[in-house]
Structure formats: C-alpha cells, structure tokens
Design a protein around this ligand. Structure first.
Ligand SMILES: [Mg+2]
Ligand SMILES: [Zn+2]
Length: 191
C-alpha cells in the first residue's frame, strides 16, 4: 500500500524520487490529466472539495493502473493559483478529497504535478511538457516511450508529444476507464 501523500505532493511541489513500479508493468508511468479526465470539468476552478465530482469509471481506471503495477502521476494546470482564484489551502483540500475518493475505491495516485502559473509564463503549463519532464526527472528509471498520457484536451496530447510520451484522448465517447482498460490489457488500437 502506498504511504500517505505529503502536503508537498498534494500541492504538486514535491521533488522526491518516485518509486519504480513492479516488474512486468505494461507502462512505466501512466500520466493522467485531472479536470475532464478524472473529474467533471466545471467552469472556473474547483476551489471547494464539495465541487469535486469524479467521472464514472475514473476511480476504477486508476485502480486498474495500480493493479497492473504502473506508477500513476496526475498532471494538472491550475492557473487559478496565479490569478488568486485558487489558494494553496483550497488546492490542498481538493486534492485531499481526490485521494480520499480514490482510496475509497481501492485506487491511489503515486505523484501529483501541478502548474500553478499564468499562461505563457513557464515551461510547465500544458501544452508545454514541464509537468511530465519534472515527473520523469523524479523517476530516473522511467523511459518516456514506455509511459503513456491520458487526457481530454489537445493541450494534454501536445504536452505528452513534447515529452516523447504516447497519449490517448478521452471524451464523451470514450471514458478514461475504457481507454485505460484497453491500454493495460494491451488491446488498444493505436491512433
Ligand atoms: Mg482536462
Ligand atoms: Zn507552469
């Protein structure tokens, strides 16, 4: 079982090493977008844990990655932290709720990377690859080509491509659970 996440990890500020996955895992790291991929995307920023609503199958998707032995890293843009619409305390509370809801379904994240910056002011706001590159830095054992990203926006896929990581898009037609199930069982048709 994973240890309890530190506040630094929940805030996306941790720089500690990410542990190597089990031998035989189909991917080194599964990168997951947050809003619109794991939880219902709503206008503005989710600043209250009560506003966090997991999408159907989201916890199951994370659990499937866990069971397959893949390391799971959340990668999320939260520009509201730069605009003052989202405080660190609020983000912490929202991510605490997220990991609690996942835990209730037997699922866990291994790491969280957050871009708290304004647009065009950093190297980590997706579509830039910095969130993925930072996680890869923390996981020296990981090969980008043996990782995968699942997200709902073109900017997610662009960030992955810039980091050399294959990616898949979820949406109304294909849930994160469907995509992840196919990926970890090796039946996903490449697009
Ligand atoms: Mg999204
Ligand atoms: Zn950034």
């Amino acid at each position: 079982m994973p240890g309890r996440m530190t506040d630094a990890e929940l805030l996306g500020e941790a720089a500690t090493p990410i542990e190597r996955p089990a031998a035989g895992a189909p991917f080194d790291i599964v990168f997951l977008d947050r809003d619109g991929t794991l939880n219902v995307h709503r206008p503005g920023y989710i600043a209250d844990p009560a506003e966090l609503v997991l999408l159907p199958g989201a916890a199951g998707a994370v659990r499937r990655c866990n069971e397959a032995g893949c390391v799971v890293v959340l990668v999320t843009n939260q520009r509201g932290m730069a605009t003052g619409e989202l405080s660190r305390e609020q983000l912490l509370a929202v991510h605490r709720r997220l990991v609690e809801e996942l835990a209730a379904a037997g699922a866990h994240l291994d790491a969280i990377q957050v871009c708290p910056h304004q647009a065009d002011s950093c190297d980590c706001r997706k579509p830039r690859p910095g969130l993925l590159l930072r996680a890869l830095d923390r996981a020296g054992w990981a090969d980008p080509a043996r990782c995968v990203l699942v997200g709902d926006q073109p900017s997610d896929l662009q960030a992955a491509a810039a980091a050399g990581v294959p990616s898949y898009r979820v949406g109304r037609e294909r849930s994160v659970l469907e995509v992840v199930t196919e990926l970890v069982s090796g039946t996903h048709a490449s697009v």
